[in-house]
Ligand binder design. Structure first.
Ligand code: GUN
Ligand code: FE
Length: 428
């Protein structure tokens, strides 16, 4: 048989749309050159046993996608969560990010980070690194080596922060361009992304230069949008000429002119939501972080109704969790409180919707990722949920829901990205 064909037998479950799971009990998924070519109920008569990767009792689901994660905040998880966004950045976050000027510190933490992302079953991830080019390159190389899909952005910031974490505008742009040139064609799975930290920490000159770089090299963009009320008021003060927060990014061609993802969107106005839909700007929903930093609750239903693409994200270290399954649970809980807050108008998210957001919703930022429809990259988790309770009398949907709520990385037997099994990365 062709070496480029893999056939998995098991209980296949995924969400081609957010409205329903597609389930195939004890079926076969055929993967050719890393992509799904089809799902079949019976192939037994055509194949010998050796040709099948047998996961008979297990669940086969798409890998998790995390649309927003601050790599240099990894060591701060669970620490310093007693402040709102702006004082939190100054007190805990910037001092930690400063440490990444030391490549040895970066190496120690980033090796643990790669292992953690592998462990929790995240197969694609969008990273902010720090302002430091050398550490950013190291992060890129580690994920490339691990064969986990990622966008990696060198952070840009040149105003309104302590000197030790600020950059000279021109140097910031030059280093970003160098990073793009060195890495844009280096890896099939890991790519650069343009990363202005957020409007308050970037001068108009920096935003303008970054918008030009993104367009010149067709590089995607990520930033933060309307996470906290003080932040939104500050942006209004800094940019009285702009219609709203999104308009500042838009003016500098950082809002959908190339593929764009904005984290949080808790206080995004109807006009901004409309612009996001029109410009195909993604929203990364980070409910855990929004709770920890007392930011608020993103009205996800409103975004879905307006046809904005939404994915899930941890936002470590605003979020103490690394697992997108845990974020799925907190997104459902957040949406239930939002339902109450809106006089029961914004219907809470259900399990298929939340699974969609954490797989195909965010996955579409990477291409045909997050589903098992023909032509999709085979990014998958093999899950043994037999220690979570009875598996005989449950539907696949019930088993998956139970895994999301009470399972953890110990249930994940194997991880695949583009059809390749991802080996456990070495930490030391
Ligand atoms: N806004 C600007 N920087 C950050 C950050 O590091 N984390 C979060 N949650 N929001 C931000
Ligand atoms: Fe963030």
């Amino acid at each position: 048989m062709d070496d480029n064909i893999k056939i998995f037998k098991g209980n296949i479950i995924f969400t081609p749309t957010k409205d329903a799971f597609k389930c195939h009990n004890n079926a076969y998924i055929v993967v050719e050159n890393g992509k799904v070519s089809g799902i079949y109920d019976n192939l037994e008569d055509k194949l010998s046993k050796e040709q099948i990767i047998d996961c008979s009792q297990m669940l086969i689901v798409p890998g998790f996608v995390d649309l927003h994660f601050h790599a240099p905040q990894f060591a701060n998880r669970g620490l310093g969560l007693d402040k709102e966004l702006l004082p939190w950045l100054e007190t805990y976050t910037f001092p930690e990010e400063k440490k990444y000027e030391d490549i040895h510190y970066a190496e120690k933490i980033y090796k643990r980070l790669v292992h953690e992302i592998w462990k929790v079953g995240t197969t694609r991830i969008v990273f902010f690194s720090s302002i430091h080019s050398e550490s950013t390159e190291l992060l890129f190389d580690l994920f490339d080596k691990a064969k986990i899909g990622a966008y990696i952005g060198k952070v840009n910031m040149d105003r309104n922060a302590p000197d030790y974490i600020l950059e000279d505008t021109e140097k910031s742009l030059k280093e970003t361009e160098n990073f793009i040139l060195k890495y844009k064609d280096k890896s099939d799975l890991v790519k650069p992304i343009v990363t202005p930290r957020f409007v308050p920490s970037c001068t108009p000159e920096l935003l303008e230069g970054l918008g030009e770089l993104a367009l010149k090299y067709n590089i995607p963009v990520q930033s933060h949008l309307s996470e906290n009320t003080h932040e939104v008021a500050w942006v209004k003060e800094l940019h009285p000429e702009s219609l709203n927060y999104a308009d500042v990014y838009s003016k500098y061609k950082l809002f959908g002119q190339t593929k764009t993802v904005m984290a949080h969107c808790v206080y995004t106005t109807d006009e901004e939501i409309e612009l996001m839909a029109k410009n195909h700007v993604y929203a990364a929903h980070c409910p855990h972080s929004n709770y920890n930093l007392s930011s608020g609750i993103m009205p996800v239903r409103k975004f879905l109704n307006a046809n904005v693409s939404v994915g899930l994200a941890t936002d470590v270290s605003g979020c103490h969790e690394t697992s997108i399954a845990k974020v799925m649970v907190s997104a459902i809980q957040a949406s239930k409180i939002k339902w109450l807050e809106t006089n029961r108008e914004d219907i809470a998210l259900n399990t298929s919707e939340i699974f969609y957001l954490g797989t195909k919703g965010g996955g579409s930022f990477f291409g045909k990722v997050g589903s098992f429809e023909p032509g999709y990259d085979f990014d998958a988790l093999i899950i043994d949920d037999s220690n979570l309770g009875n598996i005989e009398n449950l539907t696949l949907e019930e088993r998956l829901q139970r895994f999301i709520y009470i399972g953890d990385d110990r249930n994940i037997v194997d991880r695949y990205v583009k059809g390749t099994k991802i080996k456990e990365p070495e930490v030391f």
